[in-house]
Design a protein around this ligand. Structure first.
Ligand code: BES
Ligand code: MN
Ligand code: ZN
Length: 502
């Protein structure tokens, strides 16, 4: 999709469709008012007749409005003018796209940017519009035998800004949002692929293509023999049960100064989680192909940074394995030695994410990172605690936690902190090894993070449990691309390229 910004009056746009807001009840936005006046009151007449009340979900498509240069005018219901939340703003944009898709218009000028959203500036509105539009148009059809492209696909959106003074900011917003969108869509594609295609080897290959695609990106992949040499006994223990060889994938994007400490992102890359010998129940087990969404999101974030040529150093580390109950798979009770030297009693082979992450987190120290953020579909308990709205957030450095909370708030890709108190640590005690890999009943999301905390003492660290937010279950099943939006906001906030939105 092509996106641009422009300032100018709606009746002067020579384009397929102009989109303007109508509020409840029957209140025209400034641009709708201009179109109404110039056309001799056509819109206000229609509104008076009850064709559109301005409720969310309503729309009205008009053709060849007099004294305008556009082919169509689309009026979009936006609800009460004073009560437009960030969530509603996205929804309004998606309603617009759904109506436009069957309209025949291919080039659009949107004046929905004039809607006032509480505490949000024009750059926020443009970024969110782009992300909402791309989300609406995303499809995953590569594995269907018949491809049906839309008859007349949407090609271009022009966002209206209120004056020339806003053009520069608007253009920065477009550039940033398009890069974030690229990252989200890469992340969704990788995540939606099934486990028989998206194996650790496949993920490694895709990471390699990032290096070919973008200057400044360097990918390296360690195989099992090389991980053995590093002593990654916990990661390799999980990988044993599968015929697919495990990989440790590292993608470095060094856009900043040589001596600038990097932000290291570690993404859980379990390409299928059967549970191993502690086998999962059959219902919805297919969704465990999504157990590599953490990996997909850190790769998507790197792609977005490379796309933007962000002047920062970012490293993605992806430990990738398949968790299967093979003949030499680990068994409950097995004790393994992690790269850190700590021994781990594996009481449940389904708590595999923390086993691969702990070695990746130990490995991460070699980058002398500024901060490390790991992203993982780690616990079912997090879905119980927070549902699909917020990722679980924990860590050992309050400023980092606060920055992530803030980035979540402004991007809309939110997270929520859970207490990582040492009181929970005793749940991980083992009779036979240094620690156990499960913490028993209660606070499953916290004890998983407590486990990781043993391996992150040498740097500032935050953990995002994305089990509830990374994909949607049910009929509309599909990856969300989260938390690419959150991570990119965090990175851009640190750069201060876009002004903080709240
Ligand atoms: N990948 C799962 C977590 C998961 C489950 C994410 C359901 C999304 C939906 C993880 O590897 C796992 O199996 N965790 C166990 C941990 C338990 C054995 C302590 C869980 O949550 O049940
Ligand atoms: Mn598991
Ligand atoms: Zn898992």
């Amino acid at each position: 999709m092509e996106y641009t910004v422009k300032s100018g009056s709606p009746e002067k746009q020579r384009i397929g469709c102009v989109v303007a807001a109508v509020f409840a009840s029957r209140k025209l936005s400034p641009s709708a008012k201009i179109l109404d006046e110039i056309s001799g009151g056509v819109i206000s007449n229609l509104v008076r007749r009850g064709e559109i009340e301005g409720e969310i979900g309503q729309s009205l498509l008009l053709h060849d409005l007099e004294n305008t240069l556009c082919d169509r005018v689309l009026l979009i219901g936006c609800g009460k003018e004073k009560k437009i939340s960030t969530k509603k703003f996205r929804q309004i944009n998606q309603n617009m796209v759904k109506r436009l898709e069957s309209s025949g218009a291919t080039e659009i000028a949107s004046y929905l940017t004039e809607i006032a959203v509480k505490r949000r500036c024009i750059t926020w509105k443009i970024s969110q519009s782009i992300e909402a539009i791309d989300e609406c148009l995303y499809q995953f059809n590569q594995l269907k035998s018949e491809q049906k492209p839309p008859r007349r696909p949407l090609r271009k959106f022009i966002f209206s800004v209120s004056g020339r003074g806003q053009l520069a900011d608007g253009e920065i917003a477009v550039r940033n949002a398009m890069a974030v969108s690229t990252g989200i869509s890469l992340s969704k594609d990788l995540s939606n692929l099934p486990g028989n295609i998206c194996t650790p080897t496949y993920l490694a290959k895709q990471a390699m293509t990032l290096q070919e695609q973008y200057p400044g990106v360097k990918t390296s992949v360690l195989d099992e023999a090389e991980m053995e040499e590093l002593g990654m006994g916990a990661l390799l223990a999980v990988s044993r049960g599968s015929r697919e060889p495990g990989k440790l994938i590292t993608v470095e994007y060094m856009g900043g100064d040589k001596d600038q400490a990097p932000i290291v992102l570690v993404g859980k890359g379990v390409t299928f989680d059967s549970g191993g010998i502690s086998l999962k129940p059959g219902a919805t087990m297919d969704e465990m192909k999504y157990d590599m969404c953490g990996a997909a999101s850190v790769l998507g974030t790197i792609a977005a940074c490379a796309e933007l040529q962000t002047p920062m150093n970012i490293v993605a580390i992806v430990p990738s394995v398949e968790n299967m109950p093979g003949g030499i798979a680990i068994k409950p009770g097995d004790i393994v030695t992690s790269m850190s030297g700590k021994t781990i009693e594996i009481l449940n082979t389904d708590a595999e994410g923390r086993l691969i992450l702990c070695d990746a987190l130990t490995y991460a120290a070699k980058y002398e990172p500024d901060v490390v953020i790991d992203v993982a579909t780690l616990t079912g308990a997090c879905v119980v605690a927070l549902g699909a709205h917020a990722a679980g957030l924990m860590g050992n450095h309050n400023p980092l936690i606060n920055e992530l909370l803030h980035a979540g708030q402004s991007s809309g890709d939110r997270c929520w902190q859970l207490p990582l108190w040492e009181d929970y640590q005793e749940q991980l005690e083992s009779n036979f090894a240094d620690i156990a890999n499960i913490g028993g009943k209660g606070a499953g999301t916290v004890t998983a993070a407590c486990f990781l905390a043993h391996f992150t003492k040498r740097y500032h660290w935050a953990h995002l449990d994305i089990a509830g937010v990374a994909w949607i279950s049910g009929k509309q099943k599909g990856a969300t691309g989260r938390p690419v939006g959150l991570l990119m906001q965090y990175i851009l906030d640190r750069l201060k390229v876009i002004e903080p939105a709240s």
